[in-house]
Design a protein around this ligand. Structure first.
Ligand code: BGC
Length: 416
């Protein structure tokens, strides 16, 4: 071996042992669409720049149902990843099972209690200790509209459900698909909860999906929610079943469909396609909910691991996620808004600026509510029961709204 090769071998083995010494994090997430992949790539890059290794554990499937199934299998076999995209009350479920690591030191060093709103930091703690870190705030009650179609047909984006049906009829008559939708339980639930927010109002929405109040779950207003939900079904196309959410978004981007009801990760797709709000597309709160905000906060929970170097990598990941730099670049790509209260919004578009304004205003007015469809409002068991009934109803043309409301009540009761 000549000197050059020896030096090269030495430096290679040194750098690989340094990399090992610096530790690795395996990160489970479900960010695989165009906009999502661009966003998560930022985190990987920022971690690698600090000398740590990122082991990607992406499980495709919007809403994360597939990812959660895979995570459970890995955890049960005693081999969970170092970090996983886990949200809302599920963090408590994993905490109770004893899987999660305490990251109070990182939180303290970076003043998380001061920079995060309490509605967010409380969810990140298990028994008063930080076990997860929030990434962003997504607004779920958004309607996305193709501007060219609305302009061509001289239509205004609907602000009530009545207007929605009037506009949708005209769009249908002009040969476009009024509503782009993907028939998957979480997407059905996303549309359902938007209608519920309008019909029930914030207080009863909370009673139904947070308190699981049987009177509201089985009440007359819920019957009305199902009736409207049924009517909405007639404005989606026959190929909706099984379609991924981002394919539905691309139908709005390409002018095949006029609207989509979806959280603002859809904006990540518009952005990735080079589209500009106000010019190519319009973002508006879902009909009847302009003063309400359904939130969905992405977060990563950290699992207990033994290797000290990997623990350091975990801490670095947690700290990086809440840096102002990461919050800015990530959320510009993802469509969401930063979770830090002190975030600089000057680079964000009109949809994000409105989202931040409404997030703060609704936190004061009591109209900031957790998304049931995105696992923010209740246990995964109750959420699963609601999903089942909602999806069954949406796919069963002759299911009766009144009977289904009773069914909803019973299904939730059985999941308690
Ligand atoms: C997540 C988003 C994600 C969306 C679609 C939601 O539940 O919170 O981050 O983009 O699912 O996959």
């Amino acid at each position: 071996m000549n000197i050059k090769t020896t030096l090269l071998t030495l430096s290679l083995s040194l750098s690989s042992s340094m990399a090992l010494a610096a530790g690795q994090v395996e990160v489970l997430h479900w960010w695989t669409s165009g906009g999502e992949a661009k966003s998560v790539a930022v985190l990987k890059k920022m971690l690698e720049e600090q000398g740590y290794q990122w082991k990607d554990f992406a499980v495709a499937g919007g809403g994360g149902d597939n990812a959660m199934t895979v995570l459970k299998a890995r955890a049960v076999s005693g081999n969970p990843p170092a970090a996983a995209q886990i949200k809302g009350p599920s963090i408590q479920e994993w905490g109770e099972l004893g899987f999660l690591a305490n990251i109070d030191d990182v939180a303290k060093a970076n003043h998380w209690n001061d920079v995060l709103p309490a509605v967010v930091s409380n969810v990140m703690k298990y028994q008063g200790h930080y076990v997860a870190v929030p990434v962003n705030v997504h607004r779920v009650n958004w309607l996305w509209a193709n501007k060219a179609i609305f302009d061509k047909l001289n239509l205004k984006v609907p602000t009530t459900m009545d207007e929605f049906f009037t506009v949708a009829d005209k769009i249908k008559a002009a040969g476009y698909i009024p509503l782009a939708h993907g028939g998957q339980p979480w997407q059905d639930a996303t549309v359902f909860e938007a209608i519920a927010l309008d019909v029930l109002g914030s207080e009863d929405y909370r009673k139904a999906f947070v308190d699981l109040d049987m009177d509201v779950l089985g009440g007359d207003k819920m019957v009305k929610v199902f009736e409207l939900f049924r009517k909405v079904h007639s404005y989606i196309d026959k190929n909706a079943p099984g379609r991924d959410w981002n394919i539905a978004t691309s139908m709005v981007i390409n002018g095949k469909a006029a609207m989509q009801i979806m959280g603002d990760w859809a904006k990540g797709e518009f952005t990735a396609a080079g589209k500009v709000p106000g010019k190519d597309y319009i973002c508006a709160p879902t009909p009847g909910t302009s003063n309400q905000f359904t939130y969905n906060i992405d977060s990563f929970a950290f699992f207990k691991i033994k290797n000290k170097a990997d623990q350091k990598a975990q801490d670095a990941l947690a700290a990086t996620i809440l840096t102002p730099e990461f919050q800015q670049i990530f959320n510009l790509n993802k469509g969401s808004i930063p979770v830090r209260l002190d975030a600089d919004m000057s680079k964000f578009d009109a949809c994000a600026v409105r989202s931040m304004k409404d997030f703060k205003a609704t936190a004061k007015s009591g109209d900031l509510v957790p998304s049931m469809a995105h696992g923010m409002s209740t246990t995964s068991y109750a959420q699963g029961a609601i999903y089942d009934v909602v999806t069954f109803f949406f796919n069963t043309p002759n299911a009766d709204p009144k009977q289904t409301t009773e069914m909803l009540k019973k299904a939730v009761k059985a999941a308690l």
